[in-house]
Design a protein around this ligand. Structure first.
Ligand code: ATP
Ligand code: MG
Length: 560
């Protein structure tokens, strides 16, 4: 099941309604402070962009601010490289945070909160092993049983917790648990773990700590420390909300509130950092920013624009139901934006020579041509034209079919921005491959001043063979062969599309493209949208195909 559901409805979404009501009721004096809380254990993906647009967007809409808080309470998986990439990606998406914060900066405060709970008789050190704790937990139909360590005195708990911090125990030897209710209908409330021992180096606090707070003890309190008014997370945290509220209530700290919305998933890809990391580590892709990856850095390298991603997130909207969004919607948004801003250029991916037999050998001319007909400020460039051009193999047919309006002996076609040519013949090599196509041109058929009276039904693109560059062009397809690799039997990697990258080694491109810079966006006429790859050099030009001109996927489906 997937949805192409477009959120054209300009009425308030449920989160906007909540915030508007809070403001009307004067809650927090009308102040709105949201946060985006990534765990720095991977690069951001398109799912995160939806959370980013939501958190920053809501704050902006209601005159508030947004904190960027790294949720770095798990020392093992976190790295500074990820912190840097996350900041770069958020900035690129067009958002600015009010404060850059780290949950690890609150370790001392969180430790104090934990001792506060102990003092209130609301937390205890448990010597049970993780297996024993799991066995005590019960299940949905069976209440759990109390740990034999549940009734330790406050003094003993304080002393043991201090020893945990001091490094006197090995990993797993002791935990700190909240003392709530082992028969609670919400399993999370059955004396959840709030601190564990982990002798591990942390990317910011180094070796200062060997105990680390669990998510349920860190997240809500971090929100509260920052005076976050609306803490927005995804649906899987609904059962955690009770613990979020319990900690805030028992600690009597700022009453942040948690609200949940549905994760955004996109078909033909996976969006979990853990899975994306596997693709990177096992070299199924060329790093986190491989243009086939659904990461922000991947789609950026592919040529997607921040505007297009924001538009996509806006159209997807917020929902309380998990949904799988059609990648076609994202590509639609990308195409819409690129159509407005991209510079039109000509490139031939599968070249064959076209010889104009009546154009004087050695002559050439420059044809002024608009850079972007959609944008009058985009200016013009000079296209070089001579007696030998490259055209696509596909644009010539030895025995043209009835509806073929391009080149075949006797057929006329307009060369985009240049002249009308009429095909007169072709040559073949010993293997029967066509090597050259021959034609004549009508000198009075120049684009813009055509007086030839010749009717040409088709228009084709071309490149001057006497004055062009060669480039590598990389063309991408979906990374997975199935709509939802997560829902299939076996490993999600069994469904990788082995043909997701096609490399054209020797495309012929108009000279102007050698001047391309990283941020340029191009439409190669009739071929699609392209951009320079980060590894491109002047000597070794490399272009990435961003997206086609039309939805080729939808067409495939129709063709069956
Ligand atoms: P992943 O499973 O990919 O690691 P995560 O939720 O563990 O995702 P975090 O770094 O913890 O990743 O997420 C930061 C914020 O982004 C959280 O508030 C999270 O709810 C939100 N988020 C993550 N994935 C999505 C998604 N697919 N759609 C919407 N929001 C998301
Ligand atoms: Mg996470």
């Amino acid at each position: 099941m997937h949805t192409n559901e477009i959120n054209d409805d300009k009425s308030l979404n449920f989160l906007e309604e909540i915030i508007e009501k809070d403001i009307q009721e004067g809650k927090h004096n009308g102040r709105v402070l949201t946060r985006f809380p990534p765990e720095p254990n991977g690069y951001l993906h398109l799912g995160h962009s939806s959370s980013i647009c939501l958190n920053f967007g809501l704050a902006k809409k209601f005159g508030g601010k947004t904190n960027l808080r790294f949720d770095d309470t798990n020392p093992v998986t976190e790295e500074t490289e990820y912190v840097e990439s996350i900041k770069a990606d958020i900035k690129w998406l067009g958002f600015d945070w009010a404060n850059e914060l780290y949950a690890s900066d609150y370790f001392e405060q969180l430790y104090t909160f934990a001792t506060d709970l102990i003092k209130k008789g609301l937390a205890y050190v448990d010597d049970s092993s993780s297996e024993q704790i799991a066995a005590q937990k019960g299940d949905l139909h069976t209440p759990g049983i109390n740990s034999p360590f549940r009734d330790r005195s406050v003094e003993e708990n304080l002393e043991l917790f201090a020893k945990m911090r001091a490094g006197e125990f090995a990993d797993g030897e002791r935990v700190l648990r909240a003392k709530i209710d082992m028969a609670h209908p919400n399993m999370i409330m059955r004396d959840p773990l709030i601190y564990r021992i982990k002798h591990a180096h942390h990317h910011r606090t180094g070796d200062a700590w060997c105990i680390y707070p669990m998510y349920d003890f860190a997240h809500g309190q971090s929100d509260s420390i920052e005076n976050i008014t609306h803490s927005i997370c995804t649906l899987e945290f609904i059962p955690h909300r009770a613990m979020y509220d319990w900690c805030i209530e028992k600690l009597e700290i700022f009453p942040s509130k948690q609200y949940e919305f549905a994760r955004v998933n996109i078909n033909y890809t996976v969006m979990s950092k853990r899975k994306l990391l596997q693709l990177v580590n096992e070299k199924h892709v060329d790093g986190w920013d491989d243009p086939r990856m659904p990461t922000i850095s991947g789609v950026r390298r592919r040529g997607y624009t921040a505007e297009a991603i924001r538009e996509f997130c806006d159209r997807v909207g917020v929902s309380k139901r998990d949904k799988l969004i059609d990648i076609g919607l994202l590509e639609f948004c990308v195409r819409e934006h690129l159509n407005k801003i991209s510079l039109r250029r000509m490139a031939v991916l599968d070249p064959i020579k076209l010889i104009i037999t009546n154009y004087p050998e050695g002559n050439s001319e420059l044809l002024p041509t608009e850079n972007n007909t959609e944008d009058e400020n985009a200016g013009t460039r000079n296209l070089s034209f001579s007696n030998t051009l490259y055209i696509e193999q596909d644009d010539f047919m030895e025995e043209p079919t009835k509806k073929f309006f391009r080149l075949g002996v006797g057929l006329s076609v307009r060369l985009k921005s240049a002249y009308i040519v009429t095909c007169t013949g072709f040559t073949k090599d010993d293997n029967g491959n066509i090597t050259e196509v021959h034609c004549t041109y009508a000198p009075n058929s120049k684009s813009g001043s055509d007086t030839s009276g010749i009717k040409a039904k088709g228009v084709i693109h071309w490149v001057d063979a006497n004055n062009c560059k060669t480039a590598e062009v990389r063309i991408y397809d979906r990374l997975f062969k199935v709509e939802n690799p997560n829902a299939e039997d076996g490993d999600f990697k069994d469904y990788i599309n082995e043909n997701s990258l096609q490399i054209v080694k020797e495309a012929k491109i108009e000279n102007e493209l050698a001047k391309a810079i990283a941020s340029d966006k191009f439409q190669f006429l009739r071929l699609g949208y392209f951009c320079l790859d980060k590894n491109s050099t002047y000597e070794n030009l490399i272009f990435n195909k961003t997206v086609g001109l039309k939805d080729s996927w939808a067409k495939e489906v129709v063709k069956g």
